[in-house]
Design a protein around this ligand. Structure first.
Ligand code: SF4
Ligand code: SF4
Length: 350
């Protein structure tokens, strides 16, 4: 059975207390599980959308980074850009936003390139996917510290390690495949023929003349054109895709879990779940949000399913059952990890 190590934290603990708890948990999990650390270990993080106030602050990772530095282990923050534009939609604006949110202690690497065009394929035996598209830079790292914020999420129900692995490691093409599973099209009436998408397309799938269009046979579904178009002329919406997204959340969650399997398999990651600032919506939402539950603490495991299950169950115990619990069952079914776990509580020194 997987072990999950846990430090409880009082409501509203300081960033320093959270950082100390995470550092102690890192020491503990490495020793208790006999983990051999790589010479370079990135921290997979989410820097929070512009306007969001409840993402996990960068300083909470200091305790862990101190340990890596003390052992001469190189590191960076690593992330992928989002599908839908905004301040995290491409490398330039995303790295600027990360810096403005305090993610300055380590280099901030965008794993899927400037506009999501850098991806690598991972093969899995999934029901929905046989090939998953992940950020290319992840291929260089057999071990990461996956830092997740436990909170609600509109489609996934709740977000933790599985969400961070599944959506957070996916390149734009992977995100498109999970959300809607379609290739983009150009809405000719909105297109200004500026050529930005053409310059980004590595598949030579775009034609602008006489009429803007995308050759679906050539298109790789990487999403770079969607990200590059400032005129909202590239669309990924279809009625079938929309219905799937709106009414079939279960399929979305299964797809997310399959992507998480692709991101986890072959790696010796350590999963941190920060059950703090627990909101109904996720850190991608560009607005301040209210907390729906008091702070719980930090969970750590080498098993992403066990880490999420421990946070999910702790929320249930405190009276909040998020939707999306079937993420955990499907994850266990396809071999991502264990829904059952042994909780090892360390004292809080906050
Ligand atoms: S980037 Fe947008 S507006 Fe420019 S050519 Fe491509 S589809 Fe048209
Ligand atoms: S047309 Fe297809 S391959 Fe080309 S940039 Fe757009 S999504 Fe990527």
């Amino acid at each position: 059975m997987a072990k999950v190590y846990f430090v409880p934290l009082p409501e509203g603990s300081s960033v320093e207390s959270i950082s100390r708890a995470a550092g102690r948990l890192f020491d503990h999990v490495v020793e208790a599980e006999g983990i051999v650390l790589e010479k370079e270990i990135p921290l997979k993080v989410h820097c929070g959308e512009a306007g969001n106030r409840t993402f996990i602050p960068a300083g909470c990772y200091d305790g862990v980074i101190d340990r890596l530095e003390a052992q001469g282990i190189a590191s960076c923050f690593i992330e992928t850009s989002v599908l839908y534009g905004g301040k995290r939609g491409d490398r330039e604006s995303h790295t600027k936003l990360a810096a403005s949110h305090g993610f300055t202690r380590l280099p901030f690497v965008i794993a899927d390139g400037e506009h999501g065009e850098d991806s690598c394929d991972v093969t899995i035996p999934g029901k929905h996917f046989k090939h998953c598209h992940l950020g290319k830079a992840f291929a260089d790292h057999p071990q990461l510290l996956v830092m997740s914020h436990f909170k609600g999420h509109a489609l996934a129900g709740f977000g933790g390690s599985i969400k961070q692995l599944g959506m957070g490691f996916a390149s734009k093409g992977g995100k498109m495949a999970m959300h809607l599973g379609v290739k983009p099209r150009i809405r000719a009436w909105k297109c200004k023929k500026c050529g930005m998408c053409l310059a980004r397309c590595r598949a030579g799938a775009i034609t602008l003349s006489p009429k803007p269009s995308i050759d679906r046979e050539k298109c790789l579904g990487c999403g770079a054109c969607y990200s590059a178009c400032r005129n909202h002329a590239v669309s990924i919406l279809t009625w079938g895709g929309l219905l799937n997204a709106l009414f079939k959340g279960r399929f979305f969650r299964e797809k997310l879990v399959e992507y998480a399997l692709a991101a986890h398999t072959g790696r010796r990651n350590i999963y941190f779940v920060f059950a703090l600032n627990i909101t109904r919506g996720c850190d991608c939402e560009p607005v301040p949000m209210f907390k729906v539950l008091k702070d719980i603490g930090v969970f750590v495991s080498t098993d992403p399913v066990a880490a999420d299950a421990a946070a999910f169950d702790a929320a249930v115990k405190r009276g909040k059952r998020f939707r999306g619990g079937e993420q955990l069952d499907y994850a266990e079914k396809i071999g991502l990890g264990s829904r059952k776990y042994e909780l090892v509580e360390l004292p809080c020194d906050a």
